[in-house]
Design a protein around this ligand. Structure first.
Ligand code: SAH
Length: 331
């Protein structure tokens, strides 16, 4: 069954939460199975050239203690993750141009030599030739959330940037053969139900391999410090509808959801469409300063494994690649 834009809006506003979660759970079982994939994230730098209004890493936040991990530190940590059985490593940072194209290339190559592991890069917007080089070096996936499909809201929240520009990066990454991760923030100041329905359809239409969906959480040293957080329930509704509408993308029970709603919210996410958890492996001395928002929970490897057990699911045993291309009788 296809859902129209108007039906999605109505469903977002009116359907009982439990019913939505159940429908999403059924589709998740049918299209993506029982495995929950663990993606180990390393937040290697909190420097950023951008000034996004919601994000604590924004360049005008002079209160933040900045850090950069050295390439060798990143590689050693990644080796350690692989030894612990992690099959996907996500390298994330602010938009930090101090790491040159070749620095990232060397990191990607060194990690790929360590074993059967997928690498997701999440470094923000870079020159297109960088993406190409890293893809050739072995990077498998790129996570670049679209944040919101509302172009006015996008421009307002990302000074000097446009939604159209973001989209060009995402499309180019896809053309290079990366599996792409997109995703939106739920409960941004000024965001409407119409915007969220647009986000849900966008994830389907761009044929995303993954989508990260989390609530807005204010950070005290940003212009949005006094705005209210997004709602856990609305985030769960959006997540469930993405599963119902787009079917196959990998959908994490996000850290932002855990930060606002605790383990309960992450469990609900797993029971309402989610099939991924992203445990954090950033060393504590650094991670305490990766303050994209306040109160950020640390989802550890052991906590992630516990959650999967509690949800009655299985831990993914392989790299957990895109499910989008698999021929599925129902697609
Ligand atoms: N520089 C990279 C990574 C950004 S941080 C990039 O631009 O892609 C990763 C994600 O954190 C962002 O994509 C955004 O969706 C999320 N984020 C940042 N600040 C947030 C906040 N205050 N509340 C909720 N999510 C936030």
């Amino acid at each position: 069954m296809r859902m129209t834009y108007d039906e999605i809006i109505k469903s977002l506003k009116e359907d009982p939460l439990e019913e939505l979660l159940k429908r999403a759970d059924k589709i998740r079982r049918e299209y993506v199975g029982e495995e929950v994939h663990l993606r180990g994230i390393i937040e290697f730098s909190n420097y950023c050239v951008n000034n996004c209004l919601y994000c604590g890493l924004r360049r005008d936040n002079h209160r933040l203690k900045r850090y950069r991990m050295k390439p060798q530190e990143i590689i050693n940590l990644a080796r350690n993750l692989i030894k612990q059985g992690v099959k996907t490593i996500v390298l994330q940072s602010g938009d930090d141009l101090a790491y040159k194209r070749d620095d990232i290339t060397e990191i990607v190559k060194a990690i790929k030599q360590e074993g059967e592991v997928a690498i997701t890069l999440s470094l923000g917007e870079r020159p297109f030739s960088d993406y190409e080089t890293w893809r050739q070096a072995g990077a498998d996936r790129y996570l670049m959330k679209h944040e919101t499909v509302n172009p006015e809201l996008y421009a307002q929240l990302h000074p000097g940037k446009t939604f159209e520009g973001r989209l060009r990066h995402i499309v180019f990454l896809k053309e290079l053969g990366y599996e792409i991760g997109v995703g939106n923030i739920v409960g941004l100041p000024g965001q409407s139900f119409e915007d969220l329905a647009g986000d849900i359809l966008f994830i389907k239409e761009i044929e995303a391999d993954m989508a990260g969906i989390g609530p807005f959480i204010p950070q005290e040293n940003t212009p949005l410090a006094d705005k209210p957080s997004g709602s856990v329930e609305l985030t769960l509704r959006v997540l469930a509808l993405v599963r119902i509408v787009a079917k196959t993308p990998h959908l994490p029970a996000t850290t932002a959801l855990a930060t606002l709603g605790g383990e309960d919210a992450q469990l609900k996410a797993l029971r309402g469409g989610a099939n991924v958890i992203m445990p954090n492996f950033t060393p504590e001395e650094f991670s305490r300063n990766y303050k994209i928002y306040d109160g950020k929970t640390k989802v550890t490897f052991s906590r992630a494994k516990e959650l999967i057990k509690k949800a009655g699911r299985k831990i993914g045993q392989d790299i957990g690649g895109s499910l989008r291309c698999r021929t599925h009788p129902k697609l």
